[in-house]
Design a binder for this molecule. Structure first.
Ligand code: URA
Length: 209
């Protein structure tokens, strides 16, 4: 398993460049995020377990390939994760959905959980955690800690942009978790923003500041 997969596809890269532009308004940003999330979902589900099922086509019987096992779980890391979640769910409408809410304690700077709700049977599902920005990796690592505590053993992490610092932190804490992203950017700035990045993903999505 590759720990980091960069989806270096012309459509993904073009759409991402438009999203990065300061002048791109929220409605277009959300639409592009939805379109990119379909393409990223295609890549993150590439090695889902398959089985064959006997079916009849109008011409003849056949053993047709179908997804195997329990329905997968998509877990949105609030709040920006919801932007990716919507598009991924359009591609995998039968997936079960969970949410993890974390905020940063201003004194300790550590992520604190304020919401956690995931489907039952996490140990039997492929789990895809979604968050557009893998920056320091602190909240992503904490979210995956919680998913593992809930029983998940087969976890993938889907993001739009990743910083090298966040990828390194995830690799150290969760080497078993594959990261799929549209871009590995250059670095973090002193405020923890991804450079060149696209700013605050939640603000860009929801028009807040
Ligand atoms: N979260 C964001 O929304 N943007 C960044 O650049 C880093 C973290």
């Amino acid at each position: 398993m590759n720990h980091l997969t960069i989806v270096d596809h012309p459509l993904v890269q073009h759409k991402l460049s438009v999203m990065r532009r300061t002048s791109t308004p929220s409605n277009q940003f959300r639409q592009l995020l939805r379109e990119i999330s379909h393409l990223l979902a295609y890549e993150v589900t590439r090695d889902l377990p398959m089985t064959t099922v006997a079916i009849d086509t109008p011409v003849c019987p056949m053993d047709a390939p179908m997804l195997d096992g329990k329905k997968l779980a998509l877990v949105s890391i609030l709040r920006a994760g919801n932007g990716l979640l919507d598009g991924v769910l359009e591609l995998i409408p039968s997936a079960r959905v969970g949410f993890v809410g974390l905020y940063r304690d201003e004194e300790t700077l550590q992520p604190v959980q304020y919401y956690f709700k995931v489907p039952e049977g996490m140990d039997e599902r492929v789990v895809i955690a979604v968050d557009p920005m893998l920056a320091t990796g602190n909240s992503s690592v904490a979210a995956i800690d919680l998913l593992k505590k809930a029983g998940a053993t087969n976890i993938k992490f889907l993001c739009l942009l990743a910083a090298p610092e966040g990828v390194a932190r995830m690799k150290e804490a969760h080497p078993d978790v594959q990261i799929v992203t549209a871009s590995l950017d250059e670095k973090l700035d002193e405020k923890g923003y991804i450079v060149p990045g696209l700013g605050d993903a939640g603000d860009r999505m929801f028009g807040t500041k």
